[in-house]
Ligand binder design. Structure first.
Ligand code: SAM
Length: 259
């Protein structure tokens, strides 16, 4: 049986500046741009406009998006340090009839970001929770990389900050037979290249996507040494998705039979 979405609206999609449409009480996880403010769906705008409150990871950051689209819905801060403490309040507000939109600074809530805990709590309480899918650095990089179709991929997210734990994890992942996607900060991207070279060997190749959807979007593929050389002449600023490509099968020496 297919159900009509709780926020189906009454006709064509409503863009910013149009009247808000009533939403069923519940939690709405809303995807927001990962750089380019035009990457926002009509449904996301309508839900942000119609919600009673927006739970935002950083209210100042989200204010820029809302201002751009003329949305004045009041915000409540909800980030990784207070998401747990907010749970009771979220449940109470929904029980009293509120429709709460939850957004993070960029991309999809719950993907290396707040939102998963709140979604689980709302669902466990038997209340309504839904998603308004939007941009995500993971899916954008995977699509651009173009090397994930045959065996899927593993999403690892951020490695630990501690060197020993990072290296141990890379060793564990060394033989994984499909691409592995990491999020990495600008401060640790060169460190990651050194670690991959040391733990997985100098031939291992990586695909790096920087500043996706932004003015200086850039993708590059190579071994750690090639990538280090690349970044000696290019900016290392911005946000990075790193895709570790699987180990290549050893090449047969020339003239040897193909088995
Ligand atoms: N929830 C977000 C999503 O759906 O992609 C991810 C949030 S996580 C805290 C932030 C990390 O995502 C960054 O450190 C970077 O690795 C990656 N990221 C976010 N925006 C990006 C962009 N425009 N280009 C490349 N990577 C990006």
């Amino acid at each position: 049986m297919s159900e009509r979405p709780a926020d189906a609206g009454s006709g064509p999609a409503v863009a910013a500046g149009m009247p808000a449409s009533p939403l069923v009480p519940g939690l709405y996880l809303v995807g927001t741009p990962i750089g380019n403010l035009e990457d926002i769906t009509l449904r996301a705008l309508r839900v942000l406009q119609s919600a009673t409150h927006i739970l935002a990871e950083d209210t100042r950051h989200t204010r820029r998006l809302l201002d751009r689209h003329g949305i004045v819905t009041p915000m409540i801060s909800c980030h990784k340090f207070n998401e747990r403490a907010r749970e009771e309040e979220i449940l109470r507000r929904i029980r009293t009839g509120e429709a709460l939109a939850l957004v993070t600074d960029a991309g999809m809530p719950g993907i290396s970001d707040p939102g998963a805990r709140a979604a689980a709590a709302v669902r466990a309480a038997g209340l309504f929770v839904t998603v308004i899918p939007g941009p995500c650095a993971l899916s954008a990089a995977v699509a651009l990389c173009g090397q994930t179709e045959s065996r899927g991929f593993l999403f690892e997210g951020f490695l630990d900050h501690k060197t020993a734990a990072r290296r141990r994890r890379l060793q564990e992942l060394a033989a994984f037979p499909a691409p592995i996607v990491f999020y990495e900060s600008t401060h640790r991207i060169l460190k990651l290249l050194d670690e991959v070279e040391a733990e997985l060997g100098p031939e291992r190749r990586l695909f790096i996507a920087r500043e996706l959807t932004k003015k200086f979007e850039e993708t590059v593929t190579g071994t750690p040494a090639e990538l280090r050389a690349h970044y000696q002449t290019r900016s290392l600023k911005g946000e990075f998705v790193v895709i570790l490509l699987p180990r290549q099968p050893p090449r047969a020496p020339p003239g040897s039979p193909i088995l």
